[in-house]
Ligand binder design. Structure first.
Ligand SMILES: [Fe+2]
Ligand SMILES: [Fe+2]
Length: 135
């Protein structure tokens, strides 16, 4: 069973953003599979690296859109993205040091952050973008 299921409630109204979010959920599920399979630590670390890279790309897309369709709450939204990136890098460093318990912490953090950010921040951005004429 997948760790996190895509849910229509996560839809932002903007197809490009939704596709990115679906890919992030997929990466999270791949991390879960790695965690419950063999070769856990190396595989989970590789997925975290991929997730950091993809999240950076995704955040840049949202931030570009917040500039193209001026969003008054951009600063606050960007702060959330930066805080996430910082935390993931910290978790990645802890994993490198071999703190094995970190794997479950990583998944819980990623899943909770993603769900909360999509539902409370990205959906708001989606409504703004749709109202501004983007879909
Ligand atoms: Fe966002
Ligand atoms: Fe997002």
């Amino acid at each position: 069973m997948a760790y996190m299921e895509w849910n229509p409630d996560y839809g932002t109204g903007v197809a490009e953003i939704d596709e990115h979010h679906k890919h992030l959920v997929e990466l999270l599920n791949t991390a879960y599979e790695a965690l419950t399979g063999g070769n856990r630590r190396e595989r989970t670390m590789a997925i975290v690296d991929e997730l950091v890279e993809y999240a950076t790309y995704h955040f840049a897309t949202e931030e570009y859109l917040m500039g193209a369709f001026p969003e008054p709450e951009k600063e606050c939204h960007v702060k959330e993205h930066r805080a996430f990136s910082k935390r993931v890098v910290e978790l990645r460093e802890q994993m490198t040091r071999g703190e094995t318990a970190i794997t479950t912490t990583v998944l819980a953090f990623l899943g909770d952050w993603l769900t909360h950010h999509i539902l409370h921040v990205d959906k708001k951005l989606g409504r703004h973008l749709v109202a501004a004429g983007m879909s």
